[in-house]
Design a protein around this ligand. Structure first.
Ligand code: THU
Length: 138
């Protein structure tokens, strides 16, 4: 699978992220997040935040989506949409940026808010000079 012939359907990704956001488990912050990752196989892998009474254990939507895809055997991605509430589109947190950067080549990221805000960016832009496994060989 190279992903070369897979088109990025941003509308489908936005719909999938919005649907995933509806399933978020966020009883502590009340801040629900949905993520939709396009795999090189053309399938969409979704995730949503999963909070915990021990706050620090909370899982972000982006990393949940990555875990879903990895579990399906997909390790290369073409695009990611993250959906949050409010007017301002929120970009992935630092921990998620590092996890997304693990999966080279870097891909495009769209952050959307339910009130219509949009930020188009990329993994490379979100985390320049990312740490990678290549350094471990030095
Ligand atoms: N959250 C995400 O799901 N993704 C991010 O990139 C930032 C934060 C979640 C974690 C927590 O459940 C809630 O948003 C508030 O921080």
């Amino acid at each position: 699978m190279s992903g070369a012939d897979v088109e990025v359907d941003w509308d489908a990704l936005e719909a999938a992220a919005a649907a995933a956001r509806e399933r978020a488990y966020a009883p502590y912050s009340g801040y629900r997040v949905g993520a939709a990752l396009l795999g090189e196989d053309g399938a969409i892998y979704v995730g949503q935040n999963v909070e915990n009474a021990s706050y620090g254990l909370s899982l972000c939507a982006e990393r949940a989506a990555v875990a879903t895809a990895i579990g399906a055997g997909v390790r290369r991605f073409l695009a990611l949409v993250v959906t949050t509430q409010g007017a301002r589109p929120a970009a992935p947190c630092g921990m998620c940026r590092q996890v997304l950067a693990e999966f080279a080549p870097p891909f495009d990221v769209r952050c959307v808010s339910v009130d219509g805000g949009r930020l188009d960016t990329s993994v490379r832009e979100l985390l320049p000079h990312a740490f990678s496994g290549a350094y471990l060989d030095d």
